[in-house]
Design a protein around this ligand. Sequence first.
Ligand code: PRP
Ligand code: URA
Length: 208
Amino acid sequence: MKVNIMNHPLITHKVTMMRDKNTNPKDFRELLKEISLLMAFEVTRDLPLAETEIETPLKKITAKVMGGRSIGVVPILRAGLGMVDGILELVPSAKIGHIGCYRDPQTLKPVEYYCKLPVDVEQRTVILVDPMLATGGSASMAIDFIKQRGVTDIKFMCLIAAPEGVKVLNERHPDVEIYAAALDDCLNEHAYIVPGLGDAGDRLFGTK
Ligand code: PRP
Ligand code: URA
């Protein structure tokens, strides 16, 4: 099973606060944004650098700046929206796409309802974001859409992953690196992550 777990006390502390059922939507949103920013630092670690000529007050030098591929951030609606602003604070030039899908409560299979990606998405490194990787159905479907548009460099960033979802994603998309703040125990009979944090979209937007 291939997944990068963020072992950082700040992230772990914030995830615990998000798991707490007494955390209100305002705090939940703020924590998700903060964790996303911290995780983006790690997810972008291997981005290529290019050389440029600059002059410091003392001399002319060749120095490194971000080069190569630009970034695209693609949240899976709804809950992925809560992760976008944190990443944008680190990478303000990123273009944003959106993929809408929800899990049918009976079949637990993802149903797609929206897909709008940047026009030059195939030239970008795409960071696909969704707080929850449960069965892996939603993330797999979203990656299918992104690959159909010609994207070859995709990273998936989530808050909590279930082993079942990691396995499915590794099997269907072995080229996609997974980053998670926590790897939980299992799924329950309704395919909710245990211990998890409940329904991420409802907690983020206060819809339940
Ligand atoms: C949640 C979550 C993921 C999906 C994960 O969304 O945000 O998109 O479930 O489950 P999976 O790995 O089993 O596919 P949900 O379907 O509840 O939609 P919502 O964000 O609109 O509430
Ligand atoms: N979607 C969620 O929001 N939470 C889970 O635990 C599983 C899927």
